[in-house]
Design a protein around this ligand. Structure first.
Ligand SMILES: Cc1ncc(COP(=O)(O)O)c(C=O)c1O
Length: 308
């Protein structure tokens, strides 16, 4: 029998989310009224970029890094966000205030090329300016999922070379990752493990991936995955705490034989992986290096928040 499937985005249902106010181009609207045009390039073509942010004590964690990635993505896809960094920060805080939200918040900040004057891909048809949406939700990462751990399934979809769709773009079009997840879910797993163009282990469909072997931490070279902010923090924490860490090529053989594996992302922080392709990883539970790094990461977030 397949065990219940879990996700790094598991959270308790929070009834407050029915009454949230969503920011749409300067207005704060009730959930049912927060809509965009069917001509919006994000809806029509997946033509936009986004960030997922966490809030603790009313403060956005690692906001500068998230905005750096967003504005860099905008330059890369030649999208004019149409709002300065200061204006965007103001909109984010306004959205928090309107929702009386200080804790357990997860924010999806989305920017698309905006409404088009005709349904076609040409970016010049987006003549009305960008669409900016901020969805704030009350969302606490499930401790049960963190304790139970994820079961990954390796899928045929890869995150590939930068000259197709650069895997570093946090784009609205997630079809590559969605197809990977569908494949994994149909195989009875929780999330998809994706390889790179050479067949080395790369990333999951929504998080970055790490293994622990003989007291060392290994993760991919970073060439084919999202430049995850949590990933970067974990690598820095390893270096600061004398935990050997390597960004390198490695294969599924190295994963199946690893003592531990875990994934990283803004929402869930660190989440353990207990099974890959039906092979139990280590003891099949959250291991000591994972627990140590998770604690170091939580302390880092707490220090960052209290320094703001
Ligand atoms: C494909 C993918 N990998 C990894 C991540 C994790 O990145 P971060 O740690 O910045 O949340 C994300 C988050 O947007 C993602 O979409």
């Amino acid at each position: 029998m397949t065990p219940t499937q879990v996700s790094t985005h598991d959270s308790e249902q929070d009834p407050r989310n029915e009454n949230i106010l969503i920011y749409v181009d300067g207005s704060l609207l009730a959930k049912q009224e927060a809509v965009v045009s069917v001509y919006d390039s994000g809806f029509m073509l997946g033509d936009g970029i986004w960030e997922g942010l966490r809030v603790h004590d009313g403060i956005f964690a690692f906001l500068e890094e998230h905005l750096d990635r967003l504005y860099e993505g905008a330059v890369a896809i030649d999208l004019d966000i149409g709002m300065s960094r200061e204006a965007l920060i103001h909109a984010l805080h306004e959205t928090l205030r309107a929702n009386d939200m200080t804790e357990d918040a997860h924010i999806r900040l989305m920017v698309t090329r905006g409404r088009k004057k005709a349904p076609f891909q040409d970016p010049r048809l987006s003549v009305f300016g960008s669409t900016v949406v901020i969805i704030p939700e009350f969302k606490r990462a499930s401790e049960e999922t963190a304790e139970r751990g994820l079961r990954l399934h390796t899928v045929p979809m890869i995150r590939g070379l930068p000259m197709t769709q650069d895997p570093k773009l946090n784009s609205h079009s997630k079809l590559n990752c969605i197809l990977a997840l569908i494949h994994a879910l149909k195989a009875g797993a929780d999330e998809a493990l994706m390889l790179d163009v050479s067949g080395f282990v790369n990333t999951t469909n929504s998080t970055n991936f790490f293994i622990a072997r003989k007291a060392e931490i290994w993760t991919s070279t970073g060439d084919y995955c999202m430049n995850g902010i949590t990933r970067r923090k974990v690598i820095e924490l390893c270096r600061l705490n004398n935990i050997p860490v390597f960004q390198r090529n490695y294969s599924l053989v190295d994963c199946y034989g690893a003592e531990e594996a875990f994934v990283t992302g803004t929402f869930g922080g660190l989440t353990p992986v207990v099974e890959i392709d039906g092979r139990r990883i280590g003891e099949g539970n959250a291991g000591p290096l994972y627990r140590r790094l998770k604690k170091l990461y939580q302390e880092l977030v707490a220090r960052h928040i209290s320094s703001r």
